[in-house]
Design a protein around this ligand. Sequence first.
Ligand code: NAD
Length: 355
Amino acid sequence: MPVDETGRERFSVTLRAPRIVFGERVAATELSAELDALKAARVLVLGSEREQRRNADLLSSLGTLVVGRFTGVRRHVPRAVAEESTELAKELRADCLLSIGGGSAVGTAKAIALETQLPIVAIPTTYAGSEVTPVYGITDESTKRTGRSDLVLPKTVLIDPTLTWDLPAELTRYSAVNALAHCVSGVFAPGRSPVTDALAVEGAVRLARGLRGLHTSGENASARSDLALGAYLAGTVLAHAGTSAHHTVCHILGGAFDLPHAETHTAVLPASSRFLEDREPGLAAQLATTLGGNTLADAIRDLLEAVAGEVHLRDIGLDRGDLPKARDLLSGEIGEHGVPGLTPAKATDLLNEVW
Ligand code: NAD
């Protein structure tokens, strides 16, 4: 945290956040009014075939307000998907984008909004948190280009925990731990402030409680509510504080070895937390206490063990023979950049722990 000459905190923060409507069944009860408030008259719906089918009643209740549907959403928004959906929005003369689904659905809406400046109303069905960030990404061939723009920040987000009630257990775990990683990474990030720290701590509490609650008692409405709220707070931390070494490690390993995104976050989080807390112990202590551990790394390891969420890089595609290259990439010996402060010895320790 930057401090002034007297050693006291000094920071600036501009909160840019969508209007949030949170609660069980708000999608069914509030969507019409929220679209009305935005004067939407020609809505284009974006979401996978499965999500649109699952929410068929909700979407058909909008009647002629819906002028078209796009189901070709894909992870990381391939350029062709961005172009095809943008063309459709223009052809239909849509005046509002309604995304329903996970990060892939809202990511597609963001790509259209970037080009057309159309407002987005988002209904998330996972815990990715993208619906509260101004961050977009479009993938050309295999390179993902990301950027920030207020144009892509949704105007309204309806967070309805009932829409995640049947999110499969494994997807739930990875998605929620990914959100937890945003909270952890955020308290060490360059853009952090007391505001984002407070959001990160409450977000971590909700996510941990939700994960434990769901694991011990199966389908559980209050655990789902905690997870949905925690994901919202985590996304807000990501939007305002940014990320730190944890994300850099995941980005480097994921990119070099084509590892699955959410699983990589889950595998790396205990060890990256240890690295971060060694560098800035004061910050980590508050989060560790909140999560009920002596150290942040222990608290996260305990949580993952308790909810059967432990995963190792060897299980998700990193071969033993890849480890020397992984060490050199992480420490910056090869490649464009490494992780600041992660020496080859520390990179080896980290990899040994997560492999
Ligand atoms: P996703 O949107 O691809 O959804 C994952 C899978 O879950 C899909 O098969 C989907 O059909 C299914 N699904 C979604 N909701 C469901 C439900 N309620 N029940 C059952 N199945 C359901 O994945 P995601 O993890 O939500 O998002 C990942 C994408 O979001 C990535 O492209 C990532 O880069 C991006 N992202 C962006 C930001 C940002 O700020 N821009 C933040 C986080 C993630």
